[in-house]
Each structure stands twice: as C-alpha cells, then as structure tokens.
Design a protein around this ligand. Sequence first.
Ligand code: SF4
Length: 223
Amino acid sequence: IDRCNLTILHEPDQAGLDGFLAENQVEIVASLPCYLEENVNRQRGKGVFDGSIRALRQLNDVGYGTDPKLQLNLVYNPQGPVLPPPQAALEADYRRILLDQYGIRFNRLLALANLPIQRFGSTLLSHGKFDGYVALLKSSHQDDNLEQVMCRSLVSVDWQGYLYDCDFNQMLGLGLQARDIERPHLSDLRTLSLEGNGIVVGDHCYGCTAGQGSSCGGALRDD
Ligand code: SF4
C-alpha cells in the first residue's frame, strides 16, 4: 500500500511515479478531505484541490479505479472534534460528485475518526476541546467494534524493527508488550506467538471503538 500524497505526483522529481505504482500493482490510499474545492483549499491550502483532482485523473489514466488490480481508495477524516458520518452514504456522495463533475473513479472511501493524539490532539488542547472530544469518543463507544479493531490482527513495525500493537501506539511510543521480552522486535516473531497476547490500550483507543468504528481499512461496521 502506498499512503500517497496526491499532489506529490506533480513534483518534477516524482515524474513517472503513477506508472511505477501501476506497474507494481501497488494499492493507493490517498487523503481527500472533501469533494468541495472550497473546503479542501481552506483545510489544506490554496490549489490543493485542483492538484488533487489532476493527480486522481492521472491515476485513472493509468488504470487506477477501473482495473480491479489497481485499487484507489480515498480517505476522509473529520476536520473538527466530531465523529465521521456514516461511511457508505459519504462514499456514495463522493462517487457521484467526483464522477459527475470531474470524471474521476475510485474504489472505496475510508471514513476514519481522528484519534486525540499528535497534531490533532495538540490542536484540540490549544482550543480547549480535548476533554470534550475524548468524552464524545467514550460516550460513543460500541462494544461490537472490539472484535474487529485492527490491533487484534495486525502489528505495526518501526524502522528499527520494534513492534507495536498499532501505528497509533507507535506514534505514542507505547511498545507491544510480551512476556519475557523487554522490547519485542520483528526478529522475535520467529519464535514468539502473539496469540492471546494482551494489547496496550489507553483513552485514545476510543477513537477506534466509537460509532461505526475506525481502522486502517475504514469503518468497522455499516451504520
Ligand atoms: S488505538 Fe487502541 S484500539 Fe486502536 S488499534 Fe491501537 S491499540 Fe487497538
């Protein structure tokens, strides 16, 4: 998977990236926070919407979004301290508007909740909205999502090979914990089974379990 910044496709030293990704059948996951130009430019900067649309057309031209082997998935995150709207309805809106107005096709829209960490967490703190957002996540928790949270089936690996239950825990420096191993490493997986291993959790985890649920594959449930 390439977590692709769409506008990077226009950088002179990235010429040919679209063809390279297509040739190697790399799945693309790209952020497009809205289908409205005004909203995207307000959030990401002047010209970003236009650059993103041109990049999506470029990807469509090499087969992304139409060839089943070339998956093009878009990501939506709410910009404020709210939960994402139902993924299926939002995906239908994106599909209709992007096709009708720009002739663009894509495979799936992933509607992800923001976890109250890192830059988003700092922004909430500076606006005095951190506690309110965490309270919203907690009050929206759904037990049904616990079965499917991504940390139950995936691990995250940092550049040095150390293991984390997910990339959020990695960002927070919360390493995976395993009995008898101080700091589990990728190489330990040759002998270490993670079956039944505990997961390191915190308040940020409510971002995965609130509402329709959230993971690297989008919503956990159709609401
Ligand atoms: S943030 Fe918590 S619930 Fe979400 S994937 Fe990571 S460990 Fe699991």
